[in-house]
Design a binder for this molecule. Structure first.
Ligand code: 5AD
Ligand code: FES
Length: 329
């Protein structure tokens, strides 16, 4: 177990990067094996009531053409993904109030008939809604803390409350969800010290999944002039997460590949064991522009599934055939 001081030293010093990545790869192999879990991602609405400074879907961005899938269409995409062999579907959207508790519950019940695991990534919701989703069959929930630096959090999330987010994460765990969190790397004014705090926060809270990706500057946001986060630093934060949390699921995030054409493969060889290919169509992928230059925006579900499977096998790994729940050790 590293101390905060040691984590900071590792993050600041680039001399031993290769050893760090190799060690994270060994820990990954020994504790979660060579299987890579594919999660089929359905970005079903880009409508969002929040105004996070870094995000292209922020309510104040008038340059994004907004869309929202009908519940039946969400279920259709999920069926298609199940037919392609996916064992997990991730439903992701902006914080869109159109999808009430009842609507989401109905979608969950339909999708759960397909014999697949279901992850929600739809932002902060009150306890009674999270409970209803769990009762309807949702298995997992993703809610990144984004940063544990409260002042930085406050400066980037107008109208939001760090305490609410923490509370929401606690509620998810209490309700028995496999709970995922994570952070952005390279936000303006983010310090190495605060990244070390992020890693320790993930460990202390025993999250089941941690998604880590570089900040990528979006031209239609207040952070348009900020530099992108650093690929290598993001990879280091991810590798440390693996070393400290040996049995959790860690995705090779799409944002990593936006900054480096081999980003996901490099991540899979530095601690990651999950990939989340998009299973919607080109038209919507383009519009779900959280950050610019997203990969695969001109592809469809078939193409990405084939492509990512080949990539996984090309590095001697296997595509998992099971649901990919955390196997605690
Ligand atoms: N760059 C990289 N990642 C981003 N996200 C939002 N905006 C950006 C950006 N500009 C991430 C957030 C969110 C996830 C769905 O996308 O961490 O939790
Ligand atoms: Fe989409 Fe490779 S994963 S084309």
């Amino acid at each position: 177990m590293f101390t905060k001081k040691e984590i900071i030293e590792i993050l600041k010093d680039d001399i031993q990067n290769e050893q760090l990545f190799e060690y994270a790869d060994i820990v990954r192999k020994n504790h979660v094996g060579d299987d890579v879990h594919l999660r089929g991602l359905i970005e079903f609405s880009n409508i969002c009531k929040c105004t996070c400074f870094y995000c292209g879907l922020r309510a104040e961005n008038k340059n994004t053409e907004r869309y929202r899938f009908l519940p039946d269409d969400i279920v259709k995409y999920a069926k298609n993904a199940a037919n392609l062999g996916f064992k997990t579907i991730v439903l992701q959207s902006g914080e869109d109030c159109f999808y009430t508790k009842d609507i989401i519950c109905r979608i969950i019940s339909e999708i759960k008939k397909l014999d697949i695991a279901l992850t929600l990534s739809i932002g902060e919701r009150p306890y009674d809604e999270l409970k209803a989703f769990k009762d309807a069959g949702a298995d997992r929930y993703l809610l990144r803390i984004e940063t544990t630096d409260e002042n930085l959090y406050k400066s980037l999330h107008p109208g939001m409350d760090f305490k609410n987010r923490l509370n929401c994460l606690k509620n998810l765990q209490k309700l028995g969800y496999e709970t995922g969190s994570g952070c952005l790397v390279g936000l303006p004014n983010q310090t190495i010290e605060s990244l070390a705090d992020d890693i320790l926060f993930f460990k202390e809270n025993n999250f089941d999944m941690i998604g880590i990706g570089p900040f990528i500057s979006h031209p239609d946001t207040p952070l348009k002039n900020a530099p992108n986060g650093d690929f290598t630093l993001s990879l280091k934060v991810m590798a440390l997460a693996r070393i400290l949390m040996k049995d959790i699921n860690i995705p090779a995030t799409t944002a990593m590949e936006t900054l480096n054409p081999q980003g996901r493969i490099i991540a899979l060889q530095s601690g990651a064991n999950v990939v989340m290919p998009n299973v919607t169509t080109s038209e919507y992928r383009k519009k779900y522009e959280i950050y610019p230059n997203k990969i695969c925006v001109n592809k469809n579900a078939d193409k990405c599934t084939g492509c990512i499977k080949r990539k996984i096998e090309s590095i001697g790994r296997t595509v998992s055939k099971d649901y990919g729940f955390r196997k605690r050790i």
